[in-house]
Structure formats: C-alpha cells, structure tokens
Design a binder for this molecule. Structure first.
Ligand SMILES: Cc1cc2nc3c(=O)[nH]c(=O)nc-3n(C[C@H](O)[C@H](O)[C@H](O)COP(=O)(O)OP(=O)(O)OC[C@H]3O[C@@H](n4cnc5c(N)ncnc54)[C@H](O)[C@@H]3O)c2cc1C
Length: 205
C-alpha cells in the first residue's frame, strides 16, 4: 500500500529485537524520503471536518453504552476460544462469524472522557485486526511459524502451497481473501536450512 510503512513484529514473522531495530531504521528512512517527496494532501472542507469530528467524538455522546473493556473482553474471548493456539477450520469459521457480529455492536460503545474515547477507537481496531487474522488463518491450510499458526486439521508445513502472502481486503461489509506468491521457492527454503546446518556444524567444530 503506497505510503504505508511498517517495521518489526507488525510487518513480519518475529525477527526479534535486532530485526525490529534494523527494519525500523530502514522503514524510518524510507518514510522520511517518501514524505519529503510526496505532494501535500489537499485541505479538507469544513463539511468533511465536521463529519469526521462527529464520527470520532460520537462515543462521548452515548451514555449507557457498553464500555471499551467489555467490548475488548468479548473480542478476546472469541479469539481465545476459536482462533487460539490450536486452530481448525470449523472453529475459525464460527469465530469469524462472531467477530463479524461484534462489528455491528461497535456503535454501542460509550466513552466517559477522552482517554476512554481513544480506547473505544482502539477496541474497534482490535476487533478489525482479529477479524482480519481469522480470515487469513482460515486461508493458510498448513502449520507454520513455530507456535504462531498451528492447524490441528493441517499439522504439516506445506512449502509447495504455503509460500504465499495472504491479502485481506475490505469490500463493502465483507472481507475478500486472496494470495500472492512470495517469490521464495521450496528450493530456497531447503538451501537456507542447509546453510544453517553447515554453519551450526562449523561452530560446533
Ligand atoms: C516474552 C517475550 C520474550 C521475548 N524475548 C526476546 C529475546 O530474548 N530476544 C529477541 O530478540 N526478541 C524477543 N522477543 C521478541 C521481541 O520483543 C519483539 O520481536 C520486538 O520487541 C518487536 O519490536 P516492535 O517494535 O516491532 O514491537 P513492540 O516492541 O511490541 O512495540 C510496539 C509498541 O507500540 C505501542 N503501541 C501499540 N498500539 C499502539 C497505539 N494504538 N498507539 C500508540 N502506541 C501503540 C506498544 O505499547 C509498544 O510500545 C520476545 C517477546 C516476548 C513477548
């Protein structure tokens, strides 16, 4: 996505602290270059500002609604129960259905102050991320990444079909899931593993 920069755990399978630091430096430099070269965004009209302001502040005018923590607890329990450590398709499909149903309840949240307002918007993002994760986890029909994605119904790693990036897009109210190849081949994986083994032997020798 043009103009979106990411580094560290939110951009890749864990490369740990050193990976996050290196990627952060590279992404920061690229983001600065991009910002300096980009055209200044157009100013918003008064009407657009009023509409955005109304949408952002609405939870402050919704007394008696559910709190961000009640909403977050519901999202977390759906994720734990249906898209947790051990995953299978029937549970994830049910989890996805429940997370979608929670989307309809986002407007019920109320905020007592500006801290609560920030948490309401964060809770909405947490639900959106959970739904995106469930949709992509259903698509990945293999077990990969240490404990990150363990499929009880597909317990083996599948380099022939799994070396792909899963793309989740919002289309209207629904998520559309597709994938693109990473460009990495099963042969690349085998030769990297062989290099790792050779290096481990060299160190132990
Ligand atoms: C228990 C544990 C042990 C680990 N041990 C090691 C180890 O020994 N060696 C190693 O290399 N790696 C280790 N890791 C992994 C390593 O910690 C991560 O890979 C690394 O911290 C990722 O850095 P990051 O900057 O991408 O994310 P984070 O360090 O998670 O930073 C993200 C930051 O964003 C903030 N944030 C989140 N949401 C918002 C928001 N809406 N607005 C503003 N700020 C926000 C968070 O508060 C946080 O400070 C470990 C991880 C865990 C959980």
């Amino acid at each position: 996505m043009e103009g979106l920069f990411a580094a560290g755990d939110c951009s890749t399978m864990s490369a740990g602290i050193s990976g996050a630091a290196v990627m952060g430096k590279v992404a920061g430099e690229e983001a600065a270059r991009h910002a300096l070269a980009a055209r200044r965004p157009r100013d918003l009209s008064e009407q657009e500002i009023a509409t955005l302001r109304g949408a952002v502040l609405r939870p402050l005018q919704n007394p008696g609604g559910c709190t961000f923590s009640q909403f977050e607890d519901e999202v977390r329990s759906v994720v734990t129960d249906y898209v947790g450590f051990y995953r299978d398709e029937p549970h994830m499909i049910e989890g996805l259905r429940r997370l979608k149903a929670l989307r309809a309840r986002e407007a019920e949240m109320s905020a007592a102050d500006h801290h609560g307002l920030m948490r309401v918007h964060e809770a909405r993002s947490i639900r959106a991320v959970a739904e995106t994760m469930a949709a992509s986890a259903i698509e990945r029909r293999e077990t990969r990444g240490g404990g990150a994605h363990t499929r009880a119904d597909y317990p083996a790693r599948d380099d022939a079909a799994g070396l792909k990036m899963i793309i989740v897009e919002l289309q209207g109210e629904d998520l559309r899931v597709s994938s693109v190849p990473t460009g990495i081949t099963p042969e690349d994986i085998r030769s990297t593993a062989a290099l790792g083994e050779a290096s481990a032997h060299a160190h132990s020798d």
